[in-house]
Ligand binder design. Structure first.
Ligand code: SF4
Length: 173
């Protein structure tokens, strides 16, 4: 088994005081750099930086980041969900490592979207319905996996169908 032990920390995202969603980090006791190109090959719609061996993907609104010594996940309901989600990621890492002889590793790089790229597709009315003080602040939260896209209610009206679809694609949702 590649990941046998880790220290879990669960916390509220610091930039959204009072946010109902939690984030978690698992600090690993062993470097897992070697498995990351294999994960990049088996997981769809990843963002990958080969220079830092950072792999990011989304499951719905949840942003998952795997780094050589750390696993992170956002949009968690509570501590119990944090434990469950991190355990599922650890299981995925271990099963991928077990099957590595059947997988062609991928070093294909893809950058995650910037806040500005996300902002360009938001309604840009600064209506604050999402709870953020502006569309750009919300875009920053989305880029960091600290907000759910559904909080932007105007985006889910017929007026913004095209932007919404492009945004979901950009975010890898
Ligand atoms: S709800 Fe949407 S349009 Fe309104 S401020 Fe938030 S991101 Fe902007």
């Amino acid at each position: 088994m590649l990941v046998e032990d880790y220290r879990l920390e669960v916390f509220e995202p610091p930039c959204i005081p009072g946010s109902p969603t939690w984030s978690a980090k698992a600090f690993l006791t062993k470097d897992i750099s070697a498995v990351i190109p294999y994960l990049n090959a088996v997981i769809k719609k990843t963002f990958y930086d080969p220079s830092t061996k950072t792999l990011i993907w989304r499951e719905g609104n949840r942003r998952i980041a795997v780094r050589p010594m750390e696993i992170g996940a956002t949009s968690l309901a509570d501590r119990e969900e944090a434990k469950k989600v991190i355990k599922e990621i650890v299981d995925l890492i271990n099963s991928t490592w077990e099957k590595r002889n059947e997988i062609t590793p991928s070093e294909e790089a893809k950058k995650p979207p910037t806040a500005m790229e996300i902002y360009k597709l938001l309604p840009k009315t600064n209506c604050k319905e999402c709870g953020a003080s502006s569309c750009f602040v919300f875009a920053t939260q989305l880029a960091g996996g600290e907000a759910e896209l559904e909080r932007c209610k105007p985006l889910f009206t017929d007026d913004y169908i095209e932007n919404r679809n492009r945004l979901m694609d950009l975010l890898g949702m």
